[in-house]
Design a protein around this ligand. Structure first.
Ligand code: ATP
Ligand code: MG
Length: 230
């Protein structure tokens, strides 16, 4: 069985009298443990799809089933709970809270989980260790490089142990060396921790780390499921 199943997934936005449908009738099956590169021209619906998979946005039509859960049927609060258990999200521009330290940024998602302080501390320390930034725990985002900020953002995305990590152009703003560090790190999440990863990317070089290539054109998948390496 697939971990992620989309059937006829569509999202329509209304702007006044105008309607646009950035994602149309999308069918997709992804197995657990994949590292997916999601490519396509600007405006082809990549972020729209990622936001639907994340439960940040809801489909206008169609179904999204993740690990047997009918995500499209969840209530607003049910969706928020499901998201916090299931999804880690990494943004292109890190989205760290500027006044909080690296440690506090990573701890943030755990505050919703009602864990005791000692357990929170254990998990934050482990996540900072995984991304190799434990020595920067007391630095604020403006005291870190772009690559370090993105590593903190990845620690924040994995600190709740989500089975699925979604990343929207995680290397889009980084130089090549930092991008390589981030890609190696995402690969370790897949290989060592068994995470399923879906990454939007414009950079063909980053697909070398992935095992599945998806290409969106005008809201539809073309050449879906072509394997690049295994
Ligand atoms: N909240 C919204 N309201 C109205 N239109 C939207 C909204 N979000 C996205 N769109 C439109 O949907 C289309 C697809 O947007 P999306 O952000 O998914 O593209 P993308 O493939 O991620 O592009 P890029 O590579 O530039 O990030 C665009 O035409 C965009 O303007
Ligand atoms: Mg986008």
């Amino acid at each position: 069985m697939s971990l992620i199943e989309c059937r006829g997934l569509a999202r329509t936005y209304r702007r006044g009298p105008e309607e646009i449908t950035p994602l149309d009738e999308l069918d997709l099956d992804l197995e657990e443990g994949r590292f997916v590169a999601l490519m396509g021209p600007s405006g082809s619906g990549k972020t729209t799809l990622l936001n639907l998979l994340a439960g940040i946005d809801r489909p206008t039509r169609g179904s999204l089933v993740v690990d047997g859960v009918e995500v499209h049927r969840l209530s607003r609060s049910g969706l928020a709970r499901w998201r916090s258990r299931t999804i880690g999200y990494v943004f292109q521009l890190y989205n760290l809270v500027p006044v909080l330290t690296a440690y506090e940024n990573v701890e943030l998602p755990l505050l919703l989980h009602g864990l005791p302080r000692r357990e929170r501390h254990r998990r934050v320390a482990a996540a900072l260790e995984v991304v190799g930034i434990a020595d920067r725990r007391d630095h604020r985002p403006d005291q870190l490089s772009g690559g370090q900020e993105q590593r903190v953002a990845i620690a924040r995305a994995i600190v709740t142990d989500p089975p699925i990590v979604l990343a929207d152009e995680p290397t889009g703003d980084l130089d090549r060396e930092s991008a390589t560090t981030i890609m190696d790190l995402l690969k370790r999440l897949q290989e060592e921790l068994g995470r399923t990863i879906v990454m939007v990317t414009h950079d063909p070089r980053t697909t070398a780390w992935c095992d599945t290539l998806l290409h969106l054109e005008k809201g539809r998948l073309v050449e879906a499921d072509r394997e690049v390496v295994s």
